[in-house]
Design a protein around this ligand. Sequence first.
Ligand code: GLC
Length: 439
Amino acid sequence: MNTISRGLADIKAQLTVPVSLLQDIATRFQMTMCDALSGKPSSLKMLPSFMGIPSGQEQGTVIAVDFGGTNVRILLIALNGAGQAKIIAKKIFPLKDKGGKYDYMAASVSGMQLFDFIAGNITEIAPKTGDVYPMGHTFSFPCRQYGVNQAELINWTKEFKTTGVEGQNIGELMQSALDRQGLGHIQAQVIINDTTGTLLTAAYTDNTTDIGAICGTGHNSCYLEPNHPLTQQPMIVNMESGNFDQIPQTSYDACLDANSEKLGQQRLEKMVSGRYLGEIVRLIVSGLVKDGYLTAAAENIQIPYSLTAEDISAMLADHTQDLEAVADIAASRWDMSSLVVHERTVLKTIAGLVVTRSARLVAATWAGVLYKIDPDLSRHHTIAVDGSLYEKMPGYSEDLAQAMKDMLGEAANQVTIRLSKDGSGIGAAIAAATVYGSS
Ligand code: GLC
């Protein structure tokens, strides 16, 4: 075996998730869910949403704000009351300007400035005056909810640092910003997590949906708890599963965590979500350079986050004989310009291993939920997923399905994993219509 292949074999051994580990993670996840629900300290936050499953008959035209990452989406959505949601208008804008003109995710910006910026963008889509207009707000960060529109940000995730938002009531911050923009007739009715939105959107037409998840920049899942301890009724619970901490870390994961914004937090998310996958690959490759396995000059390999999930996607989609796209990415991101084909193959293989590990770890947590709500898998379950990783990363959905089969065998037929496109935004509209319709 030549030396780089030996280096790769070691990496492969660290990143592979065998069936025994999948089972172990699923069981630990199930136990952690039960601990958290019964009030024991746990890495799963298990946040109540105060939302159940929609009837499919919710209707009306509603504004949805989908805020959970670098890009904010404002949608005007018409619900027809027969399970259909139509996006009538849409505005997408970044919170961070690529040219460096502004960055609303930075610590130098206040919560008021952030929400004023968002409300300012809502003016372009919303009716200027008129009767009370319902708005649903997807806010995809861990929030302690006291009711459908009372949500307090526990802590930022996904490397957000905006000042003065943690501990605040997001509903009030948003409503005050709307009022300052002269949009007082728009009433923020509900605040939901994006996982909840994804579940609601799929459940609007398919009542077997009981898990919702985001596999995108961030990662998290929610599920329908059949008998919530607070209400003894079915309720969607935002698990904040990105914070799950019962999975063995590699040295690369530990290094990424040590240099991240929130040390020790969001450990699963840091192993699986789009925000971090490129960085894991970079850390592995920089290890190969350090150990002398890769000979090419690699000046920029030390730059954190110099590889993105989009780059990984392009690497995995490269089926050319000489792996041209892989070579281009290594050259442009890291100045690695003289990679031979074998070395390019190694880079692509590492990217694939990191992506497959992500899917298998996520699938294990979903199996944990299924063990909790239906141990015998006696009925059909749909897992609704939104997010760029699930939608666009080559091989991701196949890896998820394979891991489910590995864990559940034949019973995996009882589980459908499917895309809930734009679910995080549309779900906010469904949630708002549920509340508005009943008030
Ligand atoms: C982060 C947030 C969580 C959200 C997820 C996906 O994990 O903490 O609330 O659902 O990202 O956007």
